[in-house]
Design a protein around this ligand. Structure first.
Ligand SMILES: Nc1ncnc2c1ncn2[C@@H]1O[C@H](COP(=O)(O)OP(=O)(O)O)[C@@H](O)[C@H]1O
Length: 360
């Protein structure tokens, strides 16, 4: 539980700063000519290279080997990285056709495609309570964004009228996100890999795809971006901060994926925005509408239900394990009148032994 709390704190804090720099790099005009940086693939490439380096350093410092993955695993990495690379431009393209609040609102439904893709592509089955949790978190977060006062919507970036075409682009982005997350789950199920190994290989493959795209002689993007950095060096620090925060955040993302799976990860990432707003309510005394508070309650009931079921399952498992060890202990004690062999048994068992032992 403490580990999960650490992951949540890590993801929230890194991506809070990451979001700040993402907005800064993509919306602020730089220099006297007030030009905006429009080279998103360069931004993603910088982040991927930084994330691959961080994962590599982490693995090296831990003394873990970075052995070459098998050909089937390499194929999986190439596949998941390709989908990850393709997903992002859809989201940037969508912002030209829908406004920012609509984008946030649509993105808050991400749990649905992730669950759907797990079911459709990998035939995974979920217990009924999982569907209820996904529904509660999705309704809660999207309702929260929907009921935000109109002032919050004004002045936000873009403000292009939301069009059906824009929504179609976000839908594609969400579907691809669903495929990425469910495939990552599948890799963890089918292969013996750690989160950091996947982080390294996935970012390496993504960097390779983006480099191939940018080095294509018909694409002027790389040259234009480098020229921009030369004439507006202030942006280099912002891109570096964006990449470092994204890379550090990914350490928590991949660890959460490995340990808890994509549904838990996406629950953390989709509630991120809501918790940021709640934090500002506490810190700066901002007001929430009654509807927003009710939606916060809906989200918490979803998270609470998940936590309650997980805890009950854990207690049940512990009870079952302790009854098995009790039986084993009884057998050991019956077989050895001196009871000497019981010293090798775990602490839970030892505790049990003292209860069972008097019978002998
Ligand atoms: N499953 C994942 N695998 C790898 N990176 C991820 C994953 N989920 C999120 N990320 C990273 O975290 C960033 C923020 O993700 P998220 O909070 O879901 O926002 P968005 O949906 O806008 O991408 C992504 O741009 C990506 O770099």
């Amino acid at each position: 539980m403490l580990r999960l709390a650490g992951c949540v704190a890590g993801i929230y804090s890194c991506f809070l700063t990451w979001g700040y720099y993402q907005e800064k790099v993509s919306t602020t005009p730089y220099g006297q000519d007030a030009l905006k940086f429009k080279f998103f693939i360069i931004l993603n490439l910088a982040q991927s290279l930084c994330a691959a380096t961080v994962a590599f350093l982490y693995l090296t410092l831990q003394g873990k080997s970075l052995s070459r993955p098998s050909s089937s695993l390499t194929f999986k990495y190439l596949q998941v990285a390709l989908i990850g690379v393709i997903a992002s431009p859809f989201s940037y393209a969508a912002l030209k056709h829908i406004d920012y609040p609509t984008m946030i609102l649509t993105k808050s439904c991400k749990l649905v495609p992730v669950m759907l893709m797990n079911i459709l592509l990998y035939r995974r089955k979920f217990p009924t309570y999982k569907y209820i949790c996904v529904a509660l978190v999705t309704i809660g977060v999207s309702g929260f964004m929907l009921f935000a006062p109109m002032d919050d919507h004004k002045g936000k970036k873009g403000a292009a009228a939301s069009s059906l075409y824009g929504l179609f682009l976000v839908a594609i982005n969400l579907t691809l996100d669903g495929v990425t997350n469910s495939t990552q789950d599948q890799i963890f199920h089918a292969y013996k890999v750690t989160g950091q190994q996947m982080m390294f290989f996935m970012n390496l493959c993504m960097s390779a795809y983006m480099a191939i795209w940018l080095l294509n002689p018909f694409n002027p993007e790389l040259g234009q971006a480098l020229a921009f950095c030369q004439t507006h060096p202030a942006i280099i620090k912002d891109i570096a901060m964006f990449s470092i925060c994204g890379a550090l955040g990914q350490c928590f993302i991949f660890y959460t994926l490995e340990q808890y799976g994509s549904l838990s990860l996406v629950t953390v990432t989709v509630t991120r925005k809501l918790f940021t707003i709640l934090l500002s309510v506490v810190a700066y005394g901002h007001q929430l509408t009654l509807q927003q508070w009710s939606m916060v309650a809906v989200v918490f009931s979803g998270i609470g239900l998940e936590a309650y079921v997980k805890r009950s399952e854990k207690l049940q498992k512990m009870a079952a394990a302790s009854s098995i060890t009790t039986t084993k202990t009884e057998k050991v004690i019956q077989g050895s009148p001196t009871g000497a062999t019981t010293t090798t048994i775990t602490s839970t068992t030892r505790q049990r032994t003292t209860i069972v032992a008097p019978k002998n």
